[in-house]
Every structure is written in C-alpha cells, then in structure tokens.
Design a protein around this ligand. Structure first.
Ligand code: TUI
Length: 313
C-alpha cells in the first residue's frame, strides 16, 4: 500500500515504529525496517557515542531506511543532534519539545524530519521551520502524553498543515490504521504493539506486563511536574500517584522518585520499582510475534478493510 508517507520515506508499508526510551534499539529498529516499515532507534537520554553505536549496528542489520528518535528533553540533545547529521541517518523523529532549531542542520544532511506533535500550534510551527511531515500523537499513547485524544487531534492537525500527517496513540492493528486514514493521516506510528516483538530486547517482565494488560490497565502520572506519562498500573505508579497527590510532598523529591524507573522496567524487569510505559491498546496485544508478522498482520487487516475504498492517502 503506497501512501504519501511510504513515498516520502521510501518504505513499503505506512508504519513507523515508536521511539521507545530504553527499548527501541538496533535490534528492533532493523527488524521493523526489514519488515518494510520504518524502524526507529531511541536516543532517549543516551550520549552521542551510544546512539552512534546503535546506528552503525542497525546499518549492519538492514539496508532499508530507518530513523532515530530524539527526545528533546535529553541532557545530550545538542551532541546527539549533531551526531545524527554527521551519520546522515535517513530519518529523525523528535518528541517532548520543539525541534525547530535543528531543522536547518538536519535538512543539510539530507535527513527527513518528522516531529511528534500533540497540538496544532506545534504542528504549524515545525511546518514553518521546514520539516517533512508531522506525527500527531494523542494521549492514548504510552510515555509522555499531550492533552488531546488521537480522534480529536489528528483531523485538526490535518486541517492546520499542508505537509503529510502520521497518526499515533492508541493504534495497534489494521482497524486503527484505517481509522487513521479516515481522519486524514497517511500512515501510523505504533509503539506498544512492537513491545512484544521477538526482536524487541526489552525485559521479559515488561513483555508479560503488556501481554496481561487489559483495557483499563494504564494510567497517567507526572502531571504535577509538567511531564505526564502513561504507564501500566503497578506498585510504582500507585506509589507515585499517592505522592503526587500529597501537596506536602516536595516536587524535588517527586522528581527523584522517578529517576531510573524506565531503566528498571526495561532492562532489569523490576516489577516493584519499574515504570512500564505502554499505551491504551496494551489490552489488545495478546502474543509475542516477529516484527514482520506484526507488520504483515496490520497491513493485511487494513487492506481487507480498504477493499473497494478509494481514499487518497
Ligand atoms: O515524547 C514522547 N513520548 C515519550 S518521551 C519519554 S522519556 C520521558 N521520561 C520522563 C519524562 C518525560 C519524558 C517517554 N515517552 N512522545 C511525543 C510527544 N511529544 N508527546 C507529547 C509531546 C510534546 C509535548 C509538548 C511535544 C511538544 C511539547 O511542547 C512543545 C514545546 O513548545 O515545547
């Protein structure tokens, strides 16, 4: 299925893998790219050397396009931004901020730029800065979330900009993909569904949490500190929510409470102190599969639903 997104990125299927911190490495990214989607390496809070290693590893595992997700709140954002330009990675996606100051450097390196946005205001700003497309991510997603739902955000972003729009947040199968097309998107970004890909190196405990999740298993914490994140309800999120609601508990200590929790979930599989970020579709994810099977299943389902439909996506 060719869309504006597949043509922009030179990929086979209109699926981008979410850039999941501590999780999305060369193994998952290359598997998704080899499956015909766009695999993404997460630069999270890592330094440039670590990300460069993953980029080089990815290049040994696939000759297809792939991308790097740059989390703009990272303390290493400046050096990572320069490094991806030096490495001339095919695609950069960004999250948790406005990447406009890097656009000139990345365009000069021939990089396709797709910022994740959670509002029409940021979508318009990055379009003016010269990016290639935007990923409109609703609050159904895992990780750092905005206020709007995917259903409300995507069509408003589609109306606000002329560049292609990719939908994200709460999409985990072919039905979600076709719904995204109906809203005017030309592709989807999926994170949670890829958490349980065989090639995803996340801890087994993390995969188990996702596989056993149901519809109401996730919650948002962190609003008080200005960076709300969606995660699977656990001992950790319950404890965090209690401290967050306690106005006598200082912000600095709350911040400290969160430090290291993503690594503990993703790497150590620590079910007591780990923060297991996942989107609201976790309840639809029921088995571990190769990334290619996930991509093929989503595409087959979407193509069946699209039979006889003539939409210009
Ligand atoms: O960034 C994400 N998802 C993430 S980042 C992350 S790591 C993290 N860890 C702890 C606290 C916070 C983050 C885990 N998951 N998704 C993309 C996204 N971007 N969602 C929402 C936004 C966003 C929000 C506000 C983008 C820009 C923005 O403000 C723009 C501005 O003007 O600064």
């Amino acid at each position: 299925m060719q869309t504006k997104l597949t043509r922009l990125l030179g990929i086979e299927h209109p699926i981008i893998q979410g850039g999941m911190a501590w999780i999305a490495d060369a193994s998952l990214a290359s598997a998704v790219s080899n499956a015909g989607g766009l695999g993404i390496i997460s630069a999270m809070n890592a330094n440039a050397d670590w990300v460069r290693e993953e980029i080089r590893k990815c290049r040994t595992l696939t000759d297809k396009p792939f991308g790097v997700n740059i989390m703009l709140m990272s303390p290493h954002v400046e050096e990572v931004a320069k490094m991806v330009a030096e490495e001339k990675v095919p695609v950069v996606t960004t999250g948790a901020g406005n990447p406009s100051r890097f656009v000139k450097m990345w365009k000069e390196a021939g990089i396709k730029i797709l910022p994740v946005v959670a509002s029409t205001a940021l979508a318009k700003m990055v379009e003016r800065a010269g990016v290639d497309a935007v990923i409109a991510e609703g609050g159904e997603s895992g990780g750092h979330v905005g206020d709007l739902t995917t259903m409300a955000l995507v069509p408003q972003v589609v109306d606000a900009v002329k560049i292609p729009v990719v939908a994200a947040g709460g999409i985990g199968d072919g039905r979600g993909m076709v719904a995204a097309f109906a809203l005017g998107a030309c592709g989807v970004q999926m994170g949670t569904r890829f958490l349980v890909a065989n090639e995803c190196t996340v801890s087994d405990a993390y995969k188990k949490k996702v596989l056993s999740a149901k519809d109401i298993s996730t919650m948002v914490t962190g609003r008080r500190l200005g960076h709300p994140v969606r995660a699977i309800k656990t001992t950790y999120t319950n404890a965090y929510a209690k401290l967050e609601a306690d106005s006598n508990y200082p912000d600095e200590k709350l911040e400290e409470f969160g430090v290291g929790s993503l690594r503990k979930a993703a790497k150590d599989g620590n079910t007591e102190e780990g923060c297991f970020l996942a989107g609201q579709i976790a309840g639809m994810v029921s088995r571990e599969q190769p990334a290619k099977e996930i991509v093929d299943e989503v595409m087959a389902e979407a193509e069946k639903l699209m039979e006889g439909v003539k939409w210009d996506v």
